[in-house]
Design a protein. Structure first.
Length: 134
């Protein structure tokens, strides 16, 4: 993993955190977990053994966030992660949301693959794809 790639990844994770902060409001930002070195607790793994970049679960709302750099969007491991996260969203009792941050050039391919995987895990959850300016 190149330095620029990990820096890019961190920027994308920060976009997700900003989005979640806006979504949940100042009082509840303490429930955000992330895997970048920012003093927040580490997200827990899903039952498939994959760890999201960002998680939030409080008061009937669950948000799972994943940042993907250019070469990572369609990797087999990434597809397994998406399936695991969407499955978790589809089973959640309450409001669930899957948030993904990708470089803007990757928006279309991320959107297509997530839509495809969502067919396997139907449910009343939201999907949000954030375009990073990286």
């Amino acid at each position: 993993i190149t330095m620029s790639e990990s820096r890019q990844h961190k920027k994308l994770v920060e976009l997700i955190i900003e989005y979640v902060e806006d979504r949940v409001g100042q009082d509840d930002v303490c429930f955000i977990e992330s895997d970048i070195p920012d003093d927040r607790p580490l997200p827990s793994m899903t039952e498939e053994g994959v760890r999201p970049d960002v998680t939030y679960e409080y008061n009937g709302l669950m948000i799972i966030g994943e940042a993907k750099t250019k070469d990572d969007v369609l990797r087999p491991h990434s597809l397994e992660q998406y399936a695991s996260y969407l499955k978790k969203c589809s089973r959640f009792h309450g409001k669930a949301e899957y948030v993904m941050a990708v470089p803007w050039m990757e928006y279309a391919s991320a959107n297509n693959i997530i839509k495809k995987i969502k067919k396997d895990y139907p449910g009343d959850y939201k999907i949000k794809i954030i375009k990073g300016m990286v």
